[in-house]
Write a protein that binds this ligand. Structure first.
Ligand SMILES: *Cc1c(COP(=O)(O)O)cnc(C)c1O
Length: 357
């Protein structure tokens, strides 16, 4: 008998996998020093460079998205240099922690979680700064920052500084352009908008960032990677199966990226409309299409919402950090279409009818 509900991930990473990723993962194991592997590696690398819209380089690192964040901070800034970090959620807090651990002097701008960063927030910080660390889509609150405007405002005051962006849930979900937006480097991960399994990090470096590299560390040393990645190899054994999945999905996704981004926006709009129709309060000030985030109303616990979705085969996620127990989040960032969005919108209504009964 068919199950009533096929299990689904409605979480902002990992996500439902793209069929091309599944197909690539079912192929026989490649040896990473073979010509076939090099070809796949170069295909994935070129596709990622097109997606980030950079004339610089994208490096693939084995690790989750945080590995790319860590590598960028360690290899673009020297210990003792000052960076500005607006903190308004769990992932922007991660930038501050990574920078501190790397020995940088961190100037924080703490904002209420759910808010976005505005140029006037940056204006109050007195420099000089070597960099600005931004989170494009703050998946812990569902907020989307206008990183282009922020980079412009910051660089008007600190033209020598580098702007580094966490694009982990914005790439492939929302518009993005590295140099075109005045950004210098960005991080992404395989288990988000590109619909692959977790385990591969993408670090994008603009031509300007490439000139400013201050390599350090061993495993995540970007100079070691730059030396070999343009030939289709990597310094250490790469997660080559994930590289192949990345190349396969990009082949399908890149030619229709604007339509895909429009779909993600439409899906997220439908979920927000359904929740608002039930009287739920929206968390983000400006909405990222990667995550739908609502406050839990008085008397409803995250556990109840999670269990009601789980009874319908769906995995959702709660709040992180200071929003733990206060919000719940849904995401259709993975492989899904408008039918899925209508179904999840109706499921939210059904869950609410059950919880209110
Ligand atoms: C998922 C995510 C990360 C990276 O988390 P990993 O677990 O290391 O992949 C970073 N930033 C944002 C905004 C994310 O959504």
């Amino acid at each position: 008998m068919e199950p009533m509900y096929r299990p689904r991930l409605l979480t902002p990473g990992p996500v439902e996998l793209h069929p091309k990723a599944l197909e690539a993962l079912s192929r026989p194991q490649l040896h990473h020093r073979s010509d076939a592997a090099k070809q796949v590696f170069l295909q994935a690398k070129a596709g990622l460079e097109a997606a980030f819209q950079t004339q610089g380089q994208v490096l693939m690192l084995t690790g989750s998205g945080t590995a790319a964040m860590d590598a960028l901070v360690q290899n673009l800034f020297a210990p003792g240099e000052r960076v500005l970090v607006p903190v308004h959620g769990n992932f922007s807090e991660r930038w501050a922690k990574i920078a501190k651990e790397a020995g940088l002097e961190v100037e924080r701008i703490d904002l209420p979680w759910g808010q976005v960063v505005r140029p006037e927030h940056l204006g109050s910080a007195t420099g000089p700064f070597a960099g600005l660390l931004l989170t494009h889509s703050e998946s812990s609150t569902g907020a989307l920052n206008d990183v282009r405007t922020l980079a412009q405002a910051f660089k008007a005051r600190f033209p020598e500084a580098l702007v580094v962006v966490d694009a982990i849930t914005s790439l492939f979900v929302s518009a993005f352009a590295l140099e075109g937006w005045g950004l210098d480097a960005a991080a992404c991960g395989s288990q988000k908008g590109i619909m692959c399994p977790p385990g591969l990090a993408y670090a994008a470096l603009s031509p300007r960032a490439l000139e400013r590299l201050k390599p350090r560390g061993f495993y995540l040393n970007l100079a070691s990677e730059l030396k070999v990645q343009s030939t289709g190899e990597s310094a250490w054994t790469p997660a080559i199966n994930l590289v192949a999945a990345t190349a396969a999905v990009l082949e399908d996704l890149l030619p229709r990226l604007p339509e895909h981004i429009a779909l993600k926006q439409h899906q997220n709009d439908l979920l927000y409309a359904a929740g608002q129709g039930l009287g739920l309060q929206v968390v983000p000030e400006a909405r990222s299409p990667a995550t739908t985030c609502f406050y839990l109303p008085e008397g409803v616990s995250y556990g109840q919402v999670k269990n009601a979705f789980a009874a319908r085969g769906a995995t959702i996620i709660g709040g992180q950090g200071q929003l733990k127990g206060k919000v719940f989040r849904l995401s259709l960032m993975g492989y899904s279409d408008l039918y899925d969005a209508y179904a999840v919108a109706q499921m939210l209504r059904d869950v609410w009818a059950e919880l209110s009964a």
